[in-house]
Design a protein around this ligand. Structure first.
Ligand SMILES: Cc1ncc(COP(=O)(O)OP(=O)(O)O)c(N)n1
Ligand SMILES: Cc1nc(C(=O)O)sc1CCOP(=O)(O)O
Ligand SMILES: [Mg+2]
Length: 208
């Protein structure tokens, strides 16, 4: 299994965004520390997801970065992505592992230690833990879990914890101190005036 990057960039599904432009800006800066998770809206077609993921896989390969596909594991397999990410509404973690195979990177969403333990036992190779803060990027999330919620999961598992939800570079020291291995962001890069510079700031905070 490839070693996991610490900075996870999730593609922005909101209208008017250009996810590939953000990926292109972040890749040369973060290289192998970057994991790009291709996430599309629920109403996007599989063909749309495939076309985006295929392009991201090609870009990541040039820079030694990792591409994962959110939810749609058949798309991950079809484009040759390194793996995928699943949550409560997706395939169960054990089924996702069976689909992707033992060598794949498989992320699972966990908001508490109990769910985290189940996900790891079922084959998750990392956990997405949040929402750390309230965020406007995604609707329908439960209340923010804060540093304490991230720490509660991080101390309970042996796989990397990736904190998600409203994360900025300023949050990274506290999240690392709480045991997070890395962070996943949408807005911190997609909304940045200079996504390459924002990538460098996040990376510095994650690796210093
Ligand atoms: C790194 C990371 N953590 C959590 C999530 C959320 O996944 P999920 O709960 O399945 O929700 P959707 O992203 O599918 O809407 C994630 N994608 N990545
Ligand atoms: C896709 C996603 N999942 C979350 C969860 O907590 O499950 S938070 C989130 C969006 C993260 O975007 P931003 O960095 O802009 O807050
Ligand atoms: Mg999901």
């Amino acid at each position: 299994m490839p070693s996991l990057g610490r900075l996870h960039l999730i593609t922005d599904t909101r209208p008017g965004r250009d996810p590939l432009a953000v990926v292109r800006a972040a890749l040369p800066v973060a290289r192998a520390e970057l994991v790009v998770q291709v996430r599309v809206t629920d109403d996007a077609t599989d063909r749309e997801a495939y076309d985006l993921a295929r392009r991201v896989v090609a870009l990541c390969a040039r820079h030694g970065a990792t591409c994962l596909v959110n939810d749609r594991l058949h798309v991950a397999l079809a484009v040759g992505a390194e793996g995928g990410h699943v949550g409560a509404d997706d395939l169960p973690v054990g089924a996702a592992r069976a689909v992707l195979g033992s060598a794949a990177v498989l992320g699972a969403t966990a908001r508490d230690p109990g769910t985290a333990a189940e996900a790891v036992a079922a084959g998750a190779s990392y956990l997405g833990v949040g929402p750390y803060r309230p965020t406007t990027t995604k609707d329908g999330l439960p209340a923010a879990i804060g540093v304490a919620g991230v720490r509660a999961v991080a101390v309970s598992v042996s796989v990397p914890v990736i904190a998600i939800g409203g994360v900025t570079a300023e949050d990274v020291p506290a999240l690392r101190a709480a045991g997070a291995y890395g962070v996943a962001v949408v807005g911190a890069l997609s909304e940045a005036a200079d996504p390459a510079r924002a990538t460098a700031e996040l990376l510095k905070a994650l690796t210093c």
